[in-house]
Design a protein around this ligand. Structure first.
Ligand code: ADP
Ligand code: MG
Length: 350
């Protein structure tokens, strides 16, 4: 073989291996915020490597866990819940203030002060029980997001949260959505704009860009009836796809299923006629989508449809108790139902 051919072969090998490096994704699985988190990140032309960013993502998740947890007795929110008042990192204050705004926007279907009720059902401790009506009524006296207050001390990079007697705050309905926003910001900052990544935070999916071949990411929506199966697949390009379902965390007693999404009006698991709600929105707005998935689950089909018509910036996939699927018109071309689920009803803005 001539030197030239050998040189050409070497160059080819180098190019091929170089290509391999540039196009192969890196994946990481972490357990944080009470859920399994899977991140798949493709390299970009100018930026940190996916491996570097995965390490940074793990550190970030650790900080977020601390700043947003209510179950860790050492976490700042736990102190607030114990004492009714406390100084917290500014991030905790910002998430709390934004969560209170979202409670207001959803007319109280989302209420981040439901925590004592959630505790009574044992959803965070796994000591599941059905609390008697009188107990729920007494606890509901302390539930009202309008009475919680957040004040900022920007110079100290802290905030103060104050709660009236007996009130406790839980950011669980928005924490994973917020974490998705932060992970996205980290990737944008460290890897540049041309991102191809899929961030899956226990059912909260954030698609950044599309797949490297240009197709949208294919996000499976779980079938609430048969959680090993898929209800359908959504083609997602730069989108947050966030689902709340009664099947995610629940227990059964005397043949009745009790799940972790509670109706602030009754203190009981929300039985609104919906089995799951998926909210599709901007990837920068995962926290809003997360809040909405919980709130619209509480509202039920009719009120959720009305809420969607009155607002913009998100689309919905709603599964009713009878298995019927309703989607909003913006998903008509990107969502396909699995066989056996019939046809989806499409909501239009009119
Ligand atoms: P998941 O965390 O399973 O994805 P959600 O995003 O719907 O589900 O959040 C549910 C969590 O939010 C519950 O575990 C509880 O801590 C809290 N929660 C339940 N119901 C409400 C509600 N109506 N408003 C605010 N928070 C709620
Ligand atoms: Mg939620």
């Amino acid at each position: 073989m001539s030197k030239r051919i050998i040189a050409a072969l070497c160059l080819l090998c180098l190019l091929l291996s170089g290509c391999g490096k540039e196009t192969g994704p890196a994946s990481g699985t972490f357990f944080a915020m009470n859920t399994v988190i899977n991140l798949t990140i493709y390299p970009t032309k100018n930026g940190a490597t996916p491996e570097e960013v995965l390490t940074e993502a793990e550190t970030l998740l650790g900080t977020l866990e601390k700043n947003l947890s209510v179950t860790d007795p050492e976490a700042p929110l736990s102190a607030v819940n114990r004492d009714g008042w406390g100084t917290v990192p500014i991030e905790t204050g910002e998430v709390a203030a934004e969560a209170l705004r979202l409670c207001d926007w959803t007319g109280g279907a989302l209420d981040v002060t439901l925590y004592p009720v959630s505790l009574a059902w044992g959803f965070t401790t796994e000591n599941h029980r059905v609390p008697p009506r009188e107990e729920l009524d007494a606890l509901l006296e302390h539930v009202d997001y309008r009475r919680a207050a957040v004040a900022f001390l920007p110079e100290e990079q802290t905030a103060e949260i104050s709660l009236p007697d007996g009130m406790e705050m839980d950011l669980g309905a928005v924490a994973k959505g917020y974490a998705g926003n932060r992970l996205r910001a980290l990737l944008l900052e460290r890897m540049g704009e041309d991102l191809h990544a899929l961030l899956d935070l226990g059912g909260n999916v954030v698609a950044l860009g599309g797949r490297p071949d240009g197709d949208p990411w294919r996000v499976g929506i779980r079938d609430p009836e048969n959680t090993d199966g898929l209800l359908g697949v959504l083609g997602a390009y730069d989108a947050a796809v966030i689902t709340s379902g009664g099947y995610e965390r629940y227990f059964e007693e005397n043949g009745v299923r009790y799940w972790h999404i509670l109706d602030p009006a009754t203190g009981e698991p929300a039985r609104s006629g919906l089995k799951s709600v998926t909210v599709v929105g901007s990837p920068a707005d995962g926290m809003t989508c997360d809040a909405l998935s919980t709130a619209l689950f509480v509202m039920g089909l009719e009120k959720a449809a009305e809420f969607w018509r009155d607002n913009t910036g998100f689309e919905l996939i709603l599964v009713s108790d009878d298995g019927g699927v309703t989607i909003t018109e913006g998903l008509r071309d990107s969502f396909s139902l699995s066989s056996g689920h019939g046809e989806a009803t499409v909501l239009e803005r009119q």
